[in-house]
Design a protein around this ligand. Sequence first.
Ligand SMILES: *Cc1c(COP(=O)(O)O)cnc(C)c1O
Length: 419
Amino acid sequence: MTSPVWHPFTQHGLGEPIPTVIRTEGVALHTADGARIVDAISSWWVTTHGHRQPAIMAAIAEATQSLDQIIFAGWTHEPAETVAAALVDMMPAPLAHVFYSDSGSTSVEVAIKMALGFWLNTNRPRSRIAVLEGSYHGDTVGGMSLGERGVFNRAYAPLLFEVETLPFPEAGAEQATLDALESLARAADPLAALIVEPLLLGAGGMRIYTPEVLAEMRAICTRHDVLLIADEVMTGWGRTGSLLACDQAGVVPDILCLSKGLTGGAVPLAVTMATPAIFEAHLSDDRARMFFHSSSYTANPIACAAARANLAIWRDEPVLDGIADLSRRQRARHAPLADQPMFRNVRQLGTVTALELADPHSDYLSALGPALMRFFIDRGVLLRPLGNTIYVMPPYCIDDADLDLVYGLIAEAGARFGH
Ligand SMILES: *Cc1c(COP(=O)(O)O)cnc(C)c1O
């Protein structure tokens, strides 16, 4: 019997097998037919410490003893209050206000609505938004509008709003990006905001740019009164080696989007954090100026309890040491791949490593990506190449034997599929 389930980013017409996972633990997914699969992409970038981290699972179980969803417009609960206070402590000042939602995409929608609300409520309406070429900010209509246009969103293009696209700050050509931003910021119709994935473009192909460029973009935004939105949905929670990627540039955004690792990857939750200036622009005795956004499951108490446990782990345990250690152990296995002629652009930032398999004919839709994925899964590793870009982004609990398996298979794939 065929399943009624319609899977995301899946071409059901190809008849690829869809394994059933029956148990997760640490770095492993266990399937119904008995396979142990090393989750080398943290289940699409969400799992921070490892699957079913015991303290987070216990916090979820405990929360269900007293709370389920409650309305959050005008009501509150302890897990939401504790998480918000902990986030304000943990994230750089002056990010002092925390707005809850349920996914990375909605945290971005909230961010752009906050930015436009700020400008309207301070009587300087602005709506132009600048983005970096090749970015990804989610699959909702607003998120797609901000992201790279292509096969992913061609059908919906008529619905997408226009943005100003800055060239990607390629090594050696960073000035072009900064000049483009400067001229947009100075224009008669000035920018409302610049939104960036700090230091690392994820879905756009794991492209890396420097902290210096990020710091320069922040400086231009400050000089010209443009809001900087940092979409750290993927880069947050240690992925790039620091808690936030922005930390490496000494940059504090006006608006910060966090999701994926916010609950350690256990359950969905997102926040959009904002500075007092943005909050206060919505503060008034006029109801027309309140922030008009909500979703049914805003600040779900069980998800907040998971986030509370995750933040306690970040506070009490040497998480960044574990991440630094993983980063070193990956470098030892990844860097030598640069010597193989079938690999290009061998690069690493924190616990993310990436390289391109030399294949002049490949794009995201070429058969190479699925063929690679099948090659890895058949050998016990979950990797999901972006076209010919093979990247690794595991939870930091992965041990040396599993890392050897992952990077050994990448070397083997290079020999088998490279040209
Ligand atoms: C994953 C991602 C999103 C979207 O998050 P969802 O939870 O999938 O909606 C937005 N921005 C970036 C940078 C992401 O990596």
